[in-house]
Design a protein around this ligand. Structure first.
Ligand code: SF4
Length: 360
C-alpha cells in the first residue's frame, strides 16, 4: 500500500460550522435533486438528507431565481449549504449575499479578472471557501490539446491552473475535487493531486450509475483512494434518491473505521446451520441502528455453533439457537432469549450501550 497520507496534512478549511481538512473526519455531502427555487421541495429534501447523516448539502444554481432562493433555504436548514455555479459570477455574488457557506465555481471559467476579483472579495468578506471542481469530462481546451485526452496529469494541471488564480488574489480557502467517471483515472488523479498540493480534497466518482452499480463503482474507486489516506469530504453520486448517496457514503466511512458517529452491523452470510430468519432480522436491525450515533458494532448471526465466536469484535449481538436466541457481548454469551422477543431484547441492549457511550 502506498505511503501517501494526505488527509491529515491538508489545510483546514471552514465550511459553515464544520471544518474540512486538517485532522478532521471525512465529511459526508450530497446534492439536492429539486429545482433550487422551489424552496419548499428543496428544504424538505435537505431535511431528509440531514436525517440520513448528510453533513453538507449542495444545490444547483443555474438561474437567478435559484440564487435568490438561497437566503430563504438557509434560514430553514441546519447544515452548511454549498451553491454550485457554472461560469456566471453574478449568480455567485447573489448566492454569497444570500448566505451560501461555500461556492463551487472554477475561477478560470468566470472570465475577466475583475469578475474573479469580485467573487473572491465577496468570499473573503463572508469568510467562505471556494471548491474548484475539476472534471475529466470538461477539461480546458488547452489541456486537452496538450494531453490529447483526459489524463490524471491533465486534471492536476487544470486544478493547479484554477488554484493559481485564487492564490494570486491571496485566497487560500480552497477545496478541490478531481472527479472522473473512470475509476482508474479518478484514483490516479486524486493520488497525483494529493502529491501536488495540500488543499483538502473532495472525493467523488462522477456519473457512477444506478443504486446497485453506482454503489459498487463508488466503493471501488473511493475505497481505493481513501485507503491511501486521501480525502477530506466525499459525495457518492448515484442515479437514485440522494438519501441513498448518504447511506452509501456512511457505510464506506464505517468500512474504513472513519465514522465515529455511526453503528455498524455484522451479519453472517448464512449457511446450512442457520436456525433463524436471519435475512429479515439483519435488515430490521440495520434499519434500527441507522439512527444510532455511537460507534457500536452489532452482530446478527444465524446459529450459535460458530456464532458468538465469529463476531468476537461485536459489542452486542444475537445468534439463533433452535427456537431461541443467544444474546452475546464481545464473544461471550450473556443470556438466552425467546426467539419471538430476541430482536426487541437486542434493540433494548443497543439503546443501553449507546446511552452508556454518551455518558462516558
Ligand atoms: Fe452458518 Fe452459523 Fe456461520 Fe451463519 S453464523 S454462516 S449460520 S455457521
Amino acid at each position: 500500500m502506498s505511503e501517501i497520507t494526505h488527509r491529515s496534512k491538508t489545510r483546514p478549511v471552514k465550511v459553515g460550522n464544520l471544518t474540512i481538512g486538517g485532522s478532521n473526519e471525512l465529511v459526508i455531502q450530497s446534492m439536492t435533486t429539486t429545482k433550487t427555487h422551489d424552496v419548499e421541495a428543496t428544504v424538505a429534501e435537505i431535511k431528509r438528507l440531514e436525517e440520513a447523516g448528510c453533513q453538507i448539502v449542495r444545490v444547483a444554481c443555474p438561474k437567478e431565481e435559484d440564487a435568490l432562493a438561497i437566503a430563504e433555504i438557509k434560514k430553514r436548514i441546519d447544515i452548511p449549504l454549498v451553491v454550485d455555479i457554472h461560469f456566471d459570477y453574478k449568480l455567485a455574488l447573489l448566492a454569497i449575499e444570500g448566505g451560501a457557506d461555500k461556492i463551487r465555481i472554477n475561477p478560470g471559467n468566470i472570465g475577466r479578472r475583475e469578475k474573479v476579483e469580485e467573487v473572491v472579495k465577496a468570499c473573503k468578506a463572508k469568510g467562505i471557501p471556494i471548491r474548484i471542481g475539476v472534471n475529466a469530462g470538461s477539461l480546458e481546451k488547452h489541456i486537452l490539446k496538450k494531453y490529447g485526452y483526459p489524463t490524471a496529469d491533465g486534471m492536476v494541471e487544470s486544478a493547479l491552473h484554477h488554484i493559481k488564480i485564487l492564490e494570486d488574489l491571496d485566497f487560500h480557502d480552497i477545496i478541490v475535487s478531481m472527479k472522473a467517471s473512470d475509476v482508474s483515472l479518478a484514483i490516479e488523479a486524486y493520488t497525483k493531486a494529493a502529491q501536488a498540493f495540500d488543499y483538502p480534497l473532495h472525493l467523488g466518482i462522477t456519473e457512477s450509475g444506478t443504486l446497485f452499480a453506482g454503489t459498487v463503482k463508488s466503493a471501488a474507486g473511493l475505497g481505493a483512494i481513501m485507503s491511501l489516506g486521501i480525502g477530506n469530504t466525499l459525495r457518492v453520486s448515484l442515479s437514485a434518491d440522494p438519501v441513498e448517496e448518504v447511506k452509501v457514503a456512511r457505510e464506506l466511512l464505517k468500512s474504513f473505521g472513519l465514522a465515529s458517529n455511526a453503528a455498524t452491523l455484522i451479519s453472517c452470510p448464512t449457511c446450512g446451520r442457520i436456525e433463524i430468519d436471519l435475512i429479515s432480522i439483519a435488515n430490521e436491525v440495520e434499519d434500527y441502528i441507522s439512527t444510532i450515533k455511537a460507534p457500536l458494532k452489532v452482530a446478527v448471526l444465524g446459529c450459535a455453533v460458530n456464532g458468538p465466536g465469529e463476531a468476537r469484535e461485536a459489542d452486542i449481538g444475537i445468534a439463533g439457537a433452535r427456537g431461541e436466541g443467544l444474546l452475546f457481548m464481545k464473544g461471550k454469551t450473556v443470556r438466552k432469549v425467546p426467539e419471538e422477543t430476541m430482536v426487541e431484547e437486542l434493540k433494548k441492549e443497543i439503546d443501553k450501550l449507546a446511552e452508556e457511550y454518551f455518558k462516558k
